[in-house]
Design a binder for this molecule. Structure first.
Ligand SMILES: [Zn+2]
Length: 416
């Protein structure tokens, strides 16, 4: 069996490190790359020469501010090295974005999703058409698309791009990889939407706190309830997960949930659940598939005017969320909680219940209330999470396949 030599592996790891530093900081001079990575100047030279030859990075010159002296030579990712398509599936639309290798947005459009029951087969056909449409609009050749990064609410298989359960398609599974082959050769990845939100918030937080960053949870409120947890990994990088929070048990034999089970957190805190309790509809009524925000706004307005039942519906939703968060904290560790999603517009009505729900647990009584912050612009975070993850996957793939081919002709050593 042939194995790569250890020098080869070290070199690959260092190349990925250089690319990730350029991603994080943008264009950098040779010495800055050396400072950020801790690698020697000679190593940086060898790596950047090779990446430049492979047309992965490029040089640009920056005139000194004084206008005199030698220009600074900066290195950065080449925009046309390859492309990424981001597909964001939400309850009422699918958004397509085309992004170049340097992370610049080139084109974007959204298509409304029909709420017909034809389900997954028609949906997959619509996604394939959407992907071809964005390619056609930009006139980029299909082989230049290196990766298709998809996100949805719901449960995602941890190793394959398979949507296992979603609020939209229920347990009708979608395997995006086989749905897009053989038409597409690009790599296909699929992530839970709130996991991406947590990833983006974690990356932002680590930029500020550096080595002091430990962990953070993102709670997304809307038609469904999502949770993402990001924690510092053992070595470098972050560990991100999206437990099935919305369908964790809140109350045994409780209200009927969209998933078919009874008593889930979502059956008390999802938009449909708030609507159900505000209208005092029996808890075993099959919940509405899609509730317009305007409907919830009306209930919220009544609650703010002091009407008892609508106010109770929000408080009860908050309580379910607070209880759920306290269980999550008991199983992990104390961490800040960032609340996002369309439901943040009702945070004033949910807050009391959330704090009460948290305060009922031993862990919170012992360690105190975790920091809770409201973060708007969930859509920006989802996209940011896509870029962070997808571009680092592309960087790694390029180093492992593309550049290696070039290296192979020069220095490859194999032992077996
Ligand atoms: Zn459920």
């Amino acid at each position: 069996m042939l194995t790569k030599s250890s020098t080869e592996l070290v070199r690959q790891r260092n190349s990925v490190l250089v690319l990730s530093v350029l991603r994080r900081h943008g264009a950098l001079a040779h010495t800055e790359i050396s400072d950020s990575t801790g690698l020697s100047s000679a190593t940086i030279s060898a790596i950047t020469t090779e990446l430049e030859k492979a047309q992965v990075i490029e040089k640009s010159e920056q005139q000194p501010a004084s206008g005199r002296g030698r220009p600074r030579v900066l290195l950065r990712q080449r925009r046309d090295c390859g492309y990424l398509i981001v597909v964001i599936i939400s309850s009422d639309a699918v958004q397509y974005s085309l992004v170049d290798y340097a992370g610049k947005l080139i084109d974007r459009f959204s298509e409304e999703r029909s709420h017909d029951p034809a389900g997954a087969v028609r949906f997959v056909a619509a996604v394939r058409a959407g992907l071809l449409r964005i390619l056609d609009r930009s006139k980029i050749s299909q082989e230049k698309v290196l990766l298709i990064s998809i996100s949805s609410k719901g449960l995602v298989n941890s190793t394959e791009p398979v949507l296992v359960w979603s609020p939209i398609f229920g347990s009708e599974q979608i395997d995006f990889e086989s749905a897009l082959r053989p038409e597409w050769q690009a790599k296909v990845i699929l992530d839970n939407e709130t996991l991406l939100v947590a990833a983006a918030l974690g990356a932002r937080e680590e930029m500020v706190k550096g080595a002091d960053f430990r962990s953070l949870a993102a709670l997304s409120l809307g038609h469904s309830v999502g949770l993402g947890i990001v924690r510092r990994g053992n070595q470098t990088g972050q560990e991100i997960s999206a437990p099935n929070f919305g369908h964790m048990l809140h109350m045994a034999n409780g209200g009927l949930c969209r998933c078919g089970t009874r008593g889930c957190i979502e059956a008390y805190a999802g938009f449909y659940a708030i609507l159900r309790s505000a209208f005092e509809v029996p808890l075993d009524t099959i919940p509405a598939k899609f509730v317009p925000v305007a409907e919830l706004d009306k209930i919220a307005a009544k609650a703010r005017q002091g009407h008892r039942v609508p106010a109770f519906a929000f408080r009860q939703a908050g309580l379910a969320l607070g209880n759920g968060l306290s269980r999550m904290l008991s199983l992990t560790e104390r961490m800040p909680i960032a609340i996002t999603g369309p439901g943040t517009r009702y945070y004033d009505l949910l807050r009391q219940g959330i704090e009460e729900g948290l305060g009922q647990s031993h862990i919170v009584r012992m360690e105190g209330m975790p920091e809770i912050r409201v973060v708007a612009d969930e859509q920006i975070l989802v996209f940011e999470g896509h870029l962070n993850r997808a571009l680092s996957v592309i960087d790694e793939d390029i180093v492992l396949s593309g550049v290696q081919g070039i290296q192979a002709s020069a220095t490859v050593q194999e032992s077996g």
